[in-house]
Design a protein around this ligand. Structure first.
Ligand code: SAM
Length: 258
């Protein structure tokens, strides 16, 4: 790894606790280089000095490195599998499900989980933990105001049940918001809670190195109850899942071996 980027990684880690060396290098470097060039800098070192002086630049960096793209029912067919197969299976053992949406971005994912569960349980019985590294995204998630384009996959009847409309946005009803607790959490640094029935972690592992992914699968597995399920993104199949005490039960769903 070239010196300029290596030193930048060290300094960013000291300043923010974020370890860029655990993210795929080529991709991350390309994203950050185009940002610093746009801001008029010529090297990572110069860019870091800029970030020390100007908080706005630090925010721009955080915004660029956390890719917040999300939508409700992202890869809709997978959510149908969750609803038709996985949730009934989990509920047959226990009605009090402990659920975590890890790297939840601006909230579309945990609110989708709430929508799916609302077909089985009253909203007052639904509890979802939702975490992300990016405080800005969490703030937006808590506000719960969305553009029509992120609702494209939401079933019509669910749209009416979960959202109300103001002039420009679809807003999440308060009693739906209450089902989700949002917290800041760094998957690559912070401890994991235990005893989850369902962990949904989608479209973030693709940004991490193989080594980081490997250690995360171990940690997710340790955080699941026996029989609990990990739901990953549609490009994030786990090879050799059994080494993590996980077993594929549907495409992109892995059950902790009992
Ligand atoms: C592309 S979004 C995925 C959102 C949602 N899970 C989905 O599938 O639509 C990736 C999210 O991962 C978060 N992220 C990146 N690195 C992280 C880390 N180390 N710990 C927790 N979240 C992280 C980003 O802030 C971003 O919100």
């Amino acid at each position: 790894m070239e010196q300029d980027y290596r030193l930048f990684i060290e300094k960013v880690k000291r300043k923010t606790g974020i370890d860029l060396s655990l993210y795929k290098e080529t991709q991350m470097k390309r994203r950050l280089t185009s940002l610093y060039q746009k801001k008029g800098f010529h090297s990572f070192q110069e860019f870091f000095q800029g970030m020390e002086r100007d908080r706005e630049l630090l925010y721009a960096f955080l915004d660029r490195m956390t890719i917040n793209v999300s939508e409700f029912y992202r890869n809709r067919k997978r959510w149908d599998v969750l609803e038709e197969k996985i949730i009934p299976r989990l509920l047959s053992k226990n009605r009090n499900l402990k659920i975590w949406s890890a790297a939840c971005s601006t909230g579309e994912e945990p609110y989708t989980i709430a929508m799916v569960l609302s077909n089985f349980l009253p909203l007052s019985e639904i509890k979802i933990l939702a975490t992300d590294l990016d405080e800005n995204a969490i703030q937006k998630a808590k506000i719960g105001a969305y553009q029509e384009r992120s609702l494209q996959e939401v079933p019509e009847q669910m749209k009416r049940k979960i959202f109300f409309k103001d002039q420009n946005h679809y807003l999440i009803h308060e009693e739906v918001k209450r089902t989700v607790t949002f917290k800041k959490h760094n998957l690559l640094a912070d401890p994991f809670d235990k005893n989850f029935d369902l962990i949904v972690c989608r479209n973030v592992l693709i940004y991490f190195t193989e080594e980081a992914k490997n250690s995360l699968y171990k940690k997710f597995s340790a955080s699941l109850k026996p029989g609990g399920v990990l739901f990953v993104g549609s490009t994030e199949q786990i090879f050799n899942a059994s080494q993590y005490k996980l077993e594929p039960i549907e495409t992109f769903f892995y059950q902790k071996i009992e």
